[in-house]
Design a protein around this ligand. Structure first.
Ligand SMILES: Cc1ncc(COP(=O)(O)O)c(C=O)c1O
Length: 366
């Protein structure tokens, strides 16, 4: 019998998982590095430079001092009151550490916190997102210890069985997707004018997956892209959001590189902002429609012999006109009227409608 943990008994998805970023080339590089260490002239080069992982600090880039200092001070607040701290840490870091600690219950970074993350810190993040996007934020923030855990969490929520899938662009930063016990649909990013997400291609991929009996639950978009390096155009993002809305897909936007945009002609737009602007437009248009519906409804109800119910949805009013024909027969008419004309045209419509109705009633009144 196999032991409980062996190649034969572990999750087969882990064995199938291919992760080129840490694959054969890296293994060879590590061997070459060992060679050079033991024998410096073993190869016609002196060092190995790893370009396989987005890992700046392993290539000598210094971490940002401010973050390190703030972290150190938050984790060991006892030093905040020491006189030496003023010389060792910048005044900005000390000030920020106090601000953060004031948000943490008991000023204890080691304590378990609210499951969504510390409330005060979520509030600060919400302010930052509002400033970035220009939209007030509904507090739906869940803090995680990295982008990958957040994606994994969403997958756990979404993937119910092997028949559920997620659309991911390829090439992609591999979220160790294949380790999850789920069917994952992979989709190729295109190169029409650089990298983009063509909605027609997404549709095709969705249809293909559906025809195989897969329920596609979500679409992953990485923007700016890894490894494709694209910054999506806002129009393209709008089309993607509309696509997800139409198809009932959750949009998982990985925007960890939002500060890294190098070309002046491109600007980062968060998917949150893009989707909020679409929703706002829809709300504005339904608000406008409600105003037009009310103006027309009031106008109809002022007409002789007319009763009009309130329009609660859609785009129509359906007033009833009671009049008496010349031969003394009661005539009940219903007319459908859309509420779509532009708002500034509504008063003219009401005047003409009233004039017409008065003439009509003169002719057909009892
Ligand atoms: C696009 C993208 N998302 C997520 C991650 C990983 O983020 P984290 O370390 O916060 O899980 C990376 C790291 O390279 C990445 O490139």
């Amino acid at each position: 019998m196999d032991p409980p943990v062996s190649l034969n008994t572990i999750n087969p998805k882990v064995i199938e998982c291919e992760y080129a970023v840490r694959g054969e080339i890296v293994t060879l590089a590590q061997k070459l590095q060992e060679d050079i260490k033991s024998k410096p002239d073993a190869h016609p080069f002196e060092e190995i430079l790893y370009c396989n992982i987005g890992n700046p600090q392993s290539l000598g880039q210094q971490p940002i001092t401010f973050f390190r200092e703030v972290l150190a001070l938050c984790d060991h607040p006892a030093i905040l009151d020491k006189s030496e701290t003023q010389g060792l840490f910048s005044a900005d870091s000390v000030e920020r550490a106090w601000r953060i600690l004031d948000q943490i219950p008991g000023r204890a970074t080691g304590a378990y916190s609210h499951s969504q993350g510390i409330k005060g810190l979520r509030d600060i993040i919400a302010v930052g997102i509002e400033a970035r996007d220009g939209f007030p934020l509904i507090q739906m923030i869940f803090l995680t210890d990295g982008a990958s855990p957040a994606v994994h969490m969403m997958m756990q929520l979404l993937i119910r069985s092997e028949k559920d899938g997620i659309l991911c662009p390829i090439p992609q930063y591999l979220y160790t997707l294949l380790q999850l016990p789920c069917m994952v649909e992979l989709w190729y990013a295109l190169i029409p004018t650089g990298w983009g997400l063509e909605v027609s291609e997404l549709k095709k991929q969705l249809e293909t997956s559906r025809s195989k009996g897969i329920t596609v639950r979500a679409l992953v978009v990485i923007n700016p892209g890894n490894p494709t390096g694209q910054v999506l155009a806002e129009e393209n993002q709008k089309a993607i959001v509309e696509f997800c809305k139409q198809e009932g897909l959750v949009l998982l936007a990985d925007e960890v590189y939002q500060e890294n945009v190098y070309v002046p002609e491109k600007k980062f737009h968060s998917f949150k902002k893009v989707s909020r602007s679409i929703v706002l437009k829809e709300m504005e248009s339904s608000h406008l429609l409600a105003r037009r519906a009310k103006a027309l409804e009031d106008a109809f109800n002022k007409l002789e012999g007319v009763r009009c119910n309130k329009a609660e949805g859609a785009m129509y009013l359906f007033p009833r006109i009671d009049c008496l024909k010349r031969q003394s027969k009661l005539l009940k008419l219903r007319k459908r009227c859309t509420i779509l004309p532009q708002e500034e045209k509504i008063p003219a419509i009401i005047t003409r409608l009233t004039d017409f109705h008065n003439c009509f009633m003169d002719e057909f009144r009892s």
